[in-house]
Unconditional design. Structure first.
Length: 245
C-alpha cells in the first residue's frame, strides 16, 4: 500500500506523496476560482474532465517527443506525476488577443496575432502573478537564460501541436498557460495541466457569437452559464479526436 500524505493543496488540485519519492499523485478538484481566488465556486465534474483532457494531451505530447510529468491516470480525477521542482513561472502562449492582453494593450478581443506571443508571468498569488520582463525574470533568478530559451522553444512546439489538435475538434485555441519543472536530473519537463481551466477555447461553429463560442473557464469567470456543458463538450471532442488519430 502506498503512503499518501497531502503535501500541497492548490486552487484546482491536491498533491499527495506516494511510496516512491519520485512520484506524486494529483487529485483534480471540482473547485473553481478566478480573479486571484476572489471569485469562488464549483464546476460539477470538472476534476474528472480536466484530468482526462490533460492526460490525453500529455500522452499525445509525449508521443511527439515532448517530455511531461505525466505517468498515468489511476482514477478519473487522478494523475500520477513525476515529482518536480516547479519553476515559479506561468508561461502564457497567445494566438488571438483576449483577457489581460486586451486589458493591458487595448488590442480588440479576437485580434489574430501575426505570430504566437510567449509571455512569462511571476507565479506569486500575493503579488497577483505580475507580467515579467526578461530582465526582471533574471533579476529574481526565476530561471536561467538557457531554461528560458528551452521553455520558449517548447511552448511554441506545444502551441503548434495544440492548435492542430483543437482544430480537429472544431475549436480555436486562443491562448493557454503552461508550467514547467525540473526533475532530479535537472531535466525540464512540462507540468501542471492543459484543460479548459488553463486554455481559452472558442467553438468554431459559434465563433461569431462572443458568448456562445466560449468553451472554457471564461464561462465561469464571466457568469455566462452552462459551464459544465462547455467542459463536457470539450471532453467529448478531445476523446473523439484522440480516437480518430
Ligand atoms: N491562465 C491560467 N492561470 C492563471 C492565469 C492565466 O490558466 O493564473 C490562462 C487563462 O485561462 C488564459 C491564459 O492563461 O487561457 C491567458 O490568461 P490572461 O493573461 O489573459 O489572464 P486572465 O485575463 O484570464 O486572468
Amino acid at each position: 500500500m502506498s503512503v499518501q500524505t497531502k503535501i500541497y493543496e492548490g486552487k484546482a488540485k491536491i498533491l499527495y506523496t506516494t511510496h516512491d519519492p519520485e512520484i506524486l499523485l494529483a487529485d483534480f478538484k471540482d473547485d473553481a476560482t478566478a480573479f486571484n481566488a476572489q471569485k469562488r465556486g464549483s464546476i460539477q465534474g470538472k476534476g474528472n474532465i480536466n484530468n482526462i483532457i490533460s492526460s490525453k494531451l500529455f500522452q499525445q505530447l509525449e508521443a511527439r517527443g515532448i517530455k511531461t510529468h505525466y505517468i498515468d491516470s489511476p482514477a478519473p480525477n487522478q494523475m500520477r506525476v513525476k515529482a518536480l521542482k516547479i519553476l515559479p513561472l506561468e508561461v502564457v502562449v497567445r494566438n488571438i488577443a483576449a483577457g489581460s492582453l486586451c486589458k493591458q494593450t487595448g488590442l480588440a478581443v479576437g485580434t489574430v496575432l501575426k505570430q504566437p506571443l510567449v509571455e512569462f508571468y511571476y507565479k506569486n498569488d500575493e503579488l497577483g502573478d505580475p507580467l515579467l520582463t526578461g530582465d526582471r525574470l533574471f533579476l529574481l533568478e526565476l530561471a536561467t537564460p538557457e531554461q528560458v530559451d528551452t521553455i520558449t522553444h517548447l511552448a511554441l512546439q506545444i502551441n503548434k501541436f495544440l492548435c492542430d489538435f483543437f482544430r480537429r475538434c472544431d475549436i480555436t485555441l486562443v491562448d493557454f498557460k503552461l508550467e514547467f519543472g525540473l526533475d532530479s536530473q535537472q531535466q525540464l519537463l512540462l507540468a501542471d495541466e492543459i484543460s479548459p481551466d488553463t486554455c481559452r477555447l472558442w467553438d468554431n461553429s459559434a465563433v461569431r457569437d462572443p458568448n456562445l463560442r466560449v468553451l472554457d473557464k471564461d464561462r465561469f469567470r464571466q457568469d455566462l452559464g452552462n459551464v459544465e456543458n462547455a467542459y463536457q463538450e470539450v471532453l467529448q471532442r478531445v476523446l473523439k479526436a484522440v480516437e480518430s488519430n
